[in-house]
Write a protein that binds this ligand. Structure first.
Ligand code: CP3
Length: 364
């Protein structure tokens, strides 16, 4: 497969701790319901899975935010729950209710029967990656992604999101750690194969979303989340055709474990808004880039406040780059996904402020 050369490689360079003229930015969930054009395509597709499984639609919605804002990366339009779906757990999204899995893992038999899925069932994802990469035509790099083994297990055991306490999955973790480890081991193998297939299809960076790692107790996090994320990373291709594929790991609520996460075999650590980027940088040292971490709620405020808060995040990180190959560097993002209630004009103010202020920081 050959694709057009990259016109803007700022994001990839920052991931690999190379010098850039400004701080690149993209937004978690940048394609989504805060955009009227997304809602229009979703209405045509009929459902979220109708969107995600149709290559044309998935390509169209991935590019929508890039047509509005000068973002520095695209992210595959899909969902982390495509993997449990391919494992036969039966995914659906009811309007306004979040994900549901029809056949959650509730007993020993269902855990014993769990297997790495036939990747052919996820062909629509890999086809979307190739189609998006073609449509981008070198504008910006394309990020592929997966849930972490632990975060997928949360949904697989609960059968959906949890209103508060993840009671089912934590009960299994403490009562039957053997079952939990079996699920996580299968998930780690599945996630690694899934990410490798995305890389083969054209993904230029990959991100592991450990959205619920922060729900775990200290000790449990290391044993049930971090360890299996590392198992994934150990099996994901480092490069393709001689080009390095940067890896990002984002643990929501993982700020207290940054020093342990620093040992992961990845290039970038994503952090949420509870973390001060300057302090994170001091803790992590020069070996990783950092991604984050504006509170998505800032985007509800007027554009001037949005710009001021964006500058504060950039200032917290500090001078972006100490010299060739020395890092650390910063990839600007939100601390979690953008809210569906965000006014799109406020995103304009954010992108403008990040690009302008970060270029100014480098000049000073
Ligand atoms: O633009 C992008 O970032 C790419 C697309 C993307 C989606 N989901 C699309 C989506 C990505 C990267 C995800 C990851 C995802 N999905 C995560 C990890 C990131 C995070 O938010 O912590 C998780 C936990 C999920 C599971 C999931 N999918 C939930 C909890 C929900 C419902 C909540 C919500 O925001 O609606 C979804 C649905 C979903 N995934 C939507 C989108 C655009 C909204 C569905 C719709 O259009 O109705």
């Amino acid at each position: 497969m050959t694709f057009a050369p990259l016109a803007n490689d700022t994001f990839l360079r920052a991931c690999l701790r190379q010098a850039t003229d400004y701080t690149p930015l993209w937004l978690m969930r940048q394609a989504g319901r805060y955009l009227p054009e997304y809602k229009a395509t979703r209405a045509r597709a009929g459902s979220f899975m109708g969107l995600a499984t149709n290559v044309q639609y998935a390509t169209e919605v991935t590019l929508q935010p890039l047509d509005r804002f000068p973002l520095d990366a695209a992210i595959l339009f899909s969902d982390i729950l495509t993997v449990p779906d391919a494992m036969g757990l039966g995914l659906s999204f009811a309007e306004g209710e979040g994900p549901k899995l029809a056949r959650p893992l509730r007993d020993e038999q269902s855990v014993a029967a769990l297997q790495v899925p036939d990747l052919e069932k996820l062909r629509y994802v890999f086809d979307a990656v190739t189609s998006i990469r073609r449509a981008l035509n070198g504008r910006v790099p394309l990020i592929g992604f997966s849930g972490s083994p632990w975060t997928l297990a949360c949904y697989m055991v609960e059968g959906g999101g949890s209103s508060d306490d993840w009671r089912g999955v934590k009960n299994m973790l403490y009562s039957r750690p053997d079952l939990m480890h079996r699920i996580l081991d299968v998930n780690a193998e599945a996630v690694a194969a899934y990410l490798n297939a995305q890389i083969a299809a054209g993904a230029q960076a990959v991100m592991v979303f450990d959205s619920w790692g922060g729900a775990l107790a200290d000790g449990a996090f290391q044993q049930f989340s971090l360890r299996y994320t590392q198992q994934v990373l150990a099996k994901v291709e480092r490069s393709r055709g001689g080009v390095t594929i940067p890896r990002i790991v984002f643990t929501k609520g993982g700020g207290l474990w940054l020093q342990e996460m620093e040992k992961l075999d990845c290039d970038v650590l994503g952090v949420d808004w509870t973390v001060n980027l300057g302090r994170a940088r001091a803790l992590v040292g020069g070996s990783k880039a950092l991604q984050g971490n504006l509170d998505p709620a800032v985007l509800f405020a007027p554009p001037e406040q949005v710009a001021a808060e964006a500058r504060r995040v950039l200032d917290d990180f500090g001078t972006p780059h100490a010299g060739p190959g020395t890092g650390p560097t910063h990839v600007f993002n939100l601390g979690h996904g953008i809210s569906q209630h965000t006014p799109p004009e406020h995103v304009h103010a954010l992108v403008e402020a990040v690009h302008t202020h970060s270029a100014r920081l480098r000049a000073s």
